[in-house]
Ligand binder design. Structure first.
Ligand code: OAD
Length: 244
């Protein structure tokens, strides 16, 4: 582990962690842009849009049903658990995740923004009512609301706006945070892709954790390459030793 990274992290006053699909890869959940990211030859960008859903809600829901099946069997991995440890160690802490799998929530983490929503929630396409839908597999596709309208997953699709409460909270914390750890994201989907630069512009320190270089590597103060399930627990261990 890089000594100076640990040293710098011990001095953090306000820690922000950002995660993407890579944090859940070791739980067996395919990433979007990895080799196993295609489903029936569709890319995420072909399915995660309102257009695709309006054209073919059955195919889009079949994709979510497949992902819900994988996620329903998955457990948080040591990377998720290490982020919960970080929350317990830092007074000012927020996790912004782009993941909709809900695995961070299952570690008991409290300070979390699921900026792209959560695939266990649904939204009625007529009334906008939000509900939980835990059935795996789904009993009928597409699932319907009591009012008869088709339900959609309560996630943010390409071209859609992030709910203002999630965006406002994220921007508030981004302005204050002096340290960012960005984990397992390819750094190509906005607005989150721009967050590391915002922290840098405000004079903050950015550490990236990923299995390979990304566009974030060019602006990060340090990049730690390897599985987040290995690196993050090691980071937590070293931080705890430093604080003794
Ligand atoms: P991607 O699939 O684009 O990127 C996953 C990243 O995780 C890549 O940079 C991998 O190198 C890295 N990675 C893979 N395994 C890892 C491991 N074990 N440890 C650490 N890193 C690992 O996923 P995201 O960046 O999350 O949005 O994608 C962003 C958004 O695009 C998603 O939230 C989703 C997607 O389409 C919507 O659906 C709106």
């Amino acid at each position: 582990m890089n000594e100076s990274v640990v040293e710098r992290l011990t001095q953090a006053n306000s820690l922000l962690v950002i995660t993407g699909a890579g944090i859940s890869a070791e739980s067996g959940i395919p990433t979007f842009r990895g080799a196993d990211g295609l489903w029936r030859n569709y890319r995420a960008e072909d399915l995660a849009t309102l257009d695709a859903f309006e054209r073919d809600p059955v195919t889009v829901w079949e994709w979510y049903d497949w992902r819900r099946g994988i996620i329903g069997r998955a457990e948080p991995n040591p990377g998720h658990l290490a982020i919960k440890d970080l929350e317990d160690m830092f007074e000012n802490f927020l996790l912004i995740t782009q993941n909709v799998d809900g695995l961070h929530g299952r570690t008991g983490i409290r300070n979390i923004v699921e900026i792209h929503g959560n695939l266990w929630r649904t939204k009625c396409t007529r009334e906008g009512k939000i509900s939980m839908l835990m059935d795996v597999p789904l009993r009928s596709i597409p699932p319907r609301c009591d009012c008869g309208a088709v339900l959609r997953p309560d996630v943010v699709w390409f071209g859609e706006s992030i709910p203002s409460y999630a965006l406002d909270l994220s921007f508030n914390v981004l302005e204050q945070c002096d340290t960012l750890i960005v984990v397992g994201t390819s750094g190509v989907v906005y607005p989150v892709a721009s967050f590391p630069q915002t922290v840098k512009d405000n004079g903050g320190y950015v550490v990236e954790v990923n299995v390979e270089p990304t566009p974030i590597s060019a602006i990060a103060d340090a990049s730690l390459y390897g599985n987040s399930g290995d690196i993050l627990p090691m980071l937590v261990k070293w931080l705890k030793e430093r604080r003794k």
